[in-house]
Ligand binder design. Structure first.
Ligand code: C5P
Length: 261
């Protein structure tokens, strides 16, 4: 059934601005061990990337998903997405594939460059967070549409966090320089949501050398634009290490039992 809110037209006949999600999925996933690029590895028999695309496409407000594929893997990603079409609940959400770069920052920048002109709200969501609930996606979109230029889902941290001096040799004990107050720290997740113009400027102004930014909101902070946090979700965790795969499989198994997912 067509989603009327998604394609609503303004009274003067111009189409309403739309929301897109850029999914950087070009990482190798080295910390997960050897094998295929992380986004292509299976979870519950379905590639992680497919879970991530479905998770964001389920949001009624999202009308376009831009998947950023590994530089040598765009054809494989297109085939994969063809083999796993979106469920009906995703409405008419369009999915396009572009190729990424050597850093996450570069991959996101390439995704942004592929957005059509009528997109005014952009979310950036890691393929490595395949189980984000649709409510979290909708909450981020709603906060941006309500006027916040940059919105980040976040959770309090469970562990106390230490800051260390840079440059300690690998394998040597690391000198501690500070212990930030835990109650003032938050662990941030994705999707992070933005006014499109602001995120594009943040990426255009960001230095490209080094390992690049791991967090889009951090680039927006550099512009002096306010960034706000909304509640994240424990199931939006990032699959980084082998144990995270075990947790993700357990979450999927629980969903199958509780919601017939
Ligand atoms: O490496 P990390 O876990 O921080 O990656 C977060 C997300 O960024 C992953 O979904 C990964 O595929 C993506 N990424 C990318 N291009 C890179 C490196 C990472 O799209 N060059």
């Amino acid at each position: 059934m067509p989603d009327e809110t998604r394609y609503a037209e303004a009274t003067d006949g111009t189409p309403s601005p739309r929301t897109a999600v850029v999914i950087p999925a070009a990482g190798r996933g080295v910390r997960l061990g050897r094998g295929a690029p992380k986004a292509l590895r299976p979870l519950g028999g379905t590639p992680m990337l497919v879970h991530a695309v479905r998770a964001v496409a389920r949001a009624r407000t999202v009308s376009l998903v831009v998947v950023v594929a590994p530089p040598d893997g765009a054809a494989a990603v297109r085939t994969l997405l063809d083999e796993h079409p979106l469920p009906q609940s995703a409405g008419d959400t369009e999915v396009i594939v572009v190729t990424g770069g050597g850093t996450r920052q570069e991959s996101v920048a390439r995704g942004l460059a592929a957005l059509p002109g009528d997109i005014d709200t952009v979310l950036v969501h890691d393929a490595a967070r395949p189980l984000v609930p649709v409510e979290t996606v909708e909450a981020v979109v709603a906060a941006v549409r309500a006027g916040a230029p940059a919105v980040v889902p976040a959770l309090p941290v469970a562990d106390t966090v230490k800051q260390i001096a840079p440059g300690a040799p690998a394998g040597e004990p690391e000198p501690v320089t500070a212990t930030p107050e835990r109650s003032l720290l938050r662990a941030v997740q994705t999707p992070q949501g933005f006014d499109r113009t602001i995120l594009a400027k943040a990426h255009a102004d960001a230095p490209r050398e080094g390992e690049g930014a791991t967090d889009d909101a951090g680039l927006v902070e550099r512009l002096g634009v306010p960034v706000v946090l909304v509640p994240g979700h424990e199931e939006a965790f990032k699959v980084t290490r082998p144990l995270d795969l075990v947790l993700a499989e357990a979450v999927l198994a629980r969903r199958r039992v509780t919601d017939g997912f």
